[in-house]
Design a protein around this ligand. Sequence first.
Ligand code: GLN
Length: 380
Amino acid sequence: LSPVYTGLPLTVFEHMSGLARQLGAINLGQGFPDDPPPQALSDAAIRAFSTRSQQYPPMAGLPELRDGVAAFYQREQGLALTRDNVIITSGATEAVACAILAVVSPGDEVLLFAPAYDAYAPMVRRAGGTPVFVPLQPPLWQYDEARIRAAITPRTRAMIVNDPLNPAGTVASADDLAMLARLACEHDLVAICDEVWEMVRFDEQGHRSLLAEPGMEARTIKIGSAGKIFGATGWKVGWLIGAPEMAAVLAKAHQFLTFTTPPMLQWAVAEGLADPAIPRALIERWSASRLALLNGLFEADFAVTASAATWFACIDLAATGIAMDDATFADRLVREAGVATIPVSALWEGADTPTHVVRLCHCKPIATIEDALARLTRWR
Ligand code: GLN
């Protein structure tokens, strides 16, 4: 057998969840709620199972869901979209893959802002491109225009912007969005915007997409996720938003990756998106768990970095006085204390990778958070 491509790493989420399962640890690593998704959503799926076709739905998604996604963004973000802007995918990770396959050609460079979700770089490489990491600086994880400008070359084709940002939980400011849009327009870049956390915000601010910035309509691919909006990560229903010409190209990538997404789940997501009370109730539940984790860490003298969104909070090990790198800390904590976390250096490449930050997931029942906090304090 001639050699096969071995450049795809094992995702840190699979690694840590595997360890948590094997060791019976509390899993605050990979991000997913333990509670079931809203009953109305499950009921809608069950109804769809008995009343709707279970054969291939249209390749770009059920027209009803594409309309529903457009109406959802009109309601939540004031975006004027139609079904022609929307392609349904089997989760946001597939949407990221579609966007990369559609945009990146061999030799292209793609800007990633580190920490960067771990799917981006391997997929850019597999498309023949080169990921170029531009670091965001902790503790505030800010965009640095000079560093971004310095990273842009004539080969730069795209930037991948994750906002709100996993793992840090920070949100790009209005100035950041304007600056990123300006750079994209100046250098003719496509912005692949992974906005899966757009509805998981605790600052009572509505999400503003890079798509809404002047000049960005034709060059933005916005990615969303029903799994994050409804706390149903196993559903794997996501979408791509783009100008109709862009959406048509993205659909062609989607047809050769998964082709379609289970119609029963698409029907249920369409119902869920139409009801603004569902995400609101979830945010209330997740706010309580988030506060339980943040307060507990604060009382136990852990230095926590500021975050306003996502299911995550990060501990700054150096500021806490723990002289251990994040990978060692995460490995020892899961084995010795029975709590799984994510070392943030796994979402980074390059010589200046910080190794003093770990990510904890807080969308868990309060009792689980308290148990994890007790283990953490005892271990320390
Ligand atoms: N998005 C999830 C997280 O950040 C991981 C999803 C996955 O493991 N593919 O925890």
